[in-house]
Write a protein that binds this ligand. Sequence first.
Ligand code: FES
Length: 270
Amino acid sequence: MPAKQTNALINNPNAADLTEVAIYRRAIRANLDRVWENVLDWAHLPWLHESSFDYVELDEAGDWGWRTWSNAEHSGTIELCVDRANNRYVTRTYEEALQVAEIWTELEDQGEATNIRVSFLLANIRDEGKDKIGKIMLDAYTQLWDEDEAMMMQRQIRLDEPIINDGILNLGPIQNLKLPMTVRLGNKNWRLLDLDGELFVQAADCPHLRGPLEDALHKTGEIKCPWHGYRFNVDSGECVSPVEANCKLPTAPTIDYRENGTVSLIRSAT
Ligand code: FES
């Protein structure tokens, strides 16, 4: 099914009373592929942008973009439609079928970076409220893009790394370890923790889209990725939620305690 909005890729197809309240420009430190990937990834909204989206439920998604419900009553929707040929997309929000906003984002390929220009058009805004709502939109988008940029940059670093699966990492005297800490072995990050006085090692790269698990809380044997909220059992590596996810944490390195009091991590190619 295509977008619900007819003529979605033209300006103001509903002839709403729209006012441009602000324009946001920024150079995003991620390439165009990462940015498009992020734009189409509706599933990260309630996790990475938890403070901005309190309810997100998928209605439909396709090559054209996606549409989500904004509340459990299904009275509000957000529909994002992409215009790949022109490197732009539009996001419209609706309440009770009435259009509330139309936000156009233009993307400009800059190699390792992507320039964005966002135009915020809101319905039924009085002149005296324009600057205030414009500032709110700019602040909100600054935060959203800060959060997205950080994830895209980390994903790109991980994607660019050479594939090295095995190796030994000598960590030195065990009493000198500053836990918790993150180390690299193979081309993966590993988190070293003190769990009830025992040294414990777990994956710090999410197997879904390589989100960062360094700061994921280790709780009752599980960790949760901040990007899309996937939860993993740290012992088996299995994805606990969502159950349909087809990914698993990599096998953690073995901890090798030496007689001289030093400790190493050993990882064999799998
Ligand atoms: S990167 Fe998507 S859940 Fe971790």
